[in-house]
Design a binder for this molecule. Structure first.
Ligand SMILES: [Fe+2]
Length: 345
């Protein structure tokens, strides 16, 4: 990837923007194309191998998001990086709905330009932190001091006591998910403590599930399965009074959603599922498959990652699944075995 010439398309920028991008990428090979307009035919003239589409929007335009809608129609939104005015909430909200891969405020663009372009070209997601706050319409980093991490660890420990099959799952899966998040999200886009708390607490709702169900080795009845599947909602209720950052409740509530909408509790699809929950669900299945179970032998780490690829686009975000393959199979993580768990995905 790093030796490859980056093929970029610039939409909405002037010659100064073109120059700024060229200078930001001065230490690597890149080509910047400026299409005559934003249409399938104009982009088709550039060729199929476009690494990143950079869209510079202006709130003074009557419809600043029209290029983004065309890009979605062409299917290039996951290769698109938006550079927008810092206070342009309307564009931020629509860019999120469209599912662009990156969103950077113009004031932060100089600092993040090269990193964000390369990150999106690698299939990553890049929102500079304040832009993410604009997108979500609220602060994303209310985690103050270390108090919340203490509460997160205490709750995770309480679940460990109750669920005899959990056996260190929370710690293992957190390490794995953090590793994926470090590549998939811009470092610093979400505080690592917030992500760690979110991942540690994903199954906290199981505190509210009867032990007869929780510790049943296999063969849950439909009714028991329905009860078990309430744990994301119970978890959200348990942590609600504690004032955790939003990402914690997002992971707790949505870690069993699936890309194709077949998950629970809300049957969200695609990028409706919060990014941290999409990242976590990949780590969760890898840990589940590589853990010892009473009714199944653990599979190798590589087999588990291949299974993620197999369900790419159905259970998992395809770009995150590809990223998991790239980082986990290129840099294998040692298999950490623990006692079995009942939480089949
Ligand atoms: Fe769960």
């Amino acid at each position: 990837m790093d030796d490859k010439t980056l093929r970029l398309v610039l939409i909405g920028g002037d010659s100064a923007a073109w120059l700024e991008i060229s200078e930001a990428l001065a230490d690597r090979s890149s080509q910047i194309f400026v299409p005559r307009d934003v249409s399938p035919s104009a982009l088709g003239e550039i060729g199929s191998e476009i690494d990143v589409v950079i869209v510079i929007t202006s709130p003074s335009e009557p419809d600043p998001c029209s290029p983004l809608r065309m890009i979605r129609a062409i299917g290039l939104q996951r290769r698109t990086l938006v550079i927008a005015d810092a206070d342009d909430q309307r564009t931020a909200a629509e860019a999120l709905d469209i599912g662009v891969a990156g969103y950077v405020r113009r004031s932060a663009a100089t600092e993040h330009l090269a990193t964000s372009i390369v990150h999106v070209a690698r299939g990553g997601v890049f929102y500079d932190a304040p832009a993410a706050a604009v997108v979500h319409g609220r602060s994303i980093d209310p985690l103050a001091g270390g108090g919340h991490m203490g509460a997160a660890r205490a709750l995770a420990a309480a679940l460990e006591l109750k669920d005899t099959y959990t056996g260190g799952h929370a710690e293992r899966v957190t390490a794995l998910a953090i590793k994926l998040a470090r590549v998939a999200l811009l470092p610093g886009a979400l505080p690592s403590e917030s992500l760690e708390a979110a991942f540690l607490l994903h199954d906290v709702g199981k505190i509210g599930i009867p032990e007869s169900i929780l510790n049943k080795p296999a063969g849950l009845t439909d009714t028991e399965r329905r009860v078990l599947n309430t744990h994301p909602i119970l978890g959200e209720r348990i942590i609600a009074p504690l004032g955790f950052p939003d990402v914690v409740s997002q992971v707790v509530r949505h870690h069993h959603e699936r890309w194709d909408g077949s998950g629970y509790p809300d049957a969200l699809t695609g990028t409706e599922i919060p990014a941290a929950a999409r990242i976590f669900s990949i780590a969760d299945v890898i840990d589940a498959m590589t853990s010892i179970r009473p009714y199944r032998r653990p599979v190798s780490f590589e087999t588990a990652v291949r299974e993620v690829i197999r369900y790419s686009g159905s259970h998992f975000d395809p770009q995150l699944a590809a990223l998991a393959q790239e980082i986990f199979l290129d840099t294998p993580v040692p298999v950490l075995e623990g006692p079995p768990r009942t939480d089949d995905l």
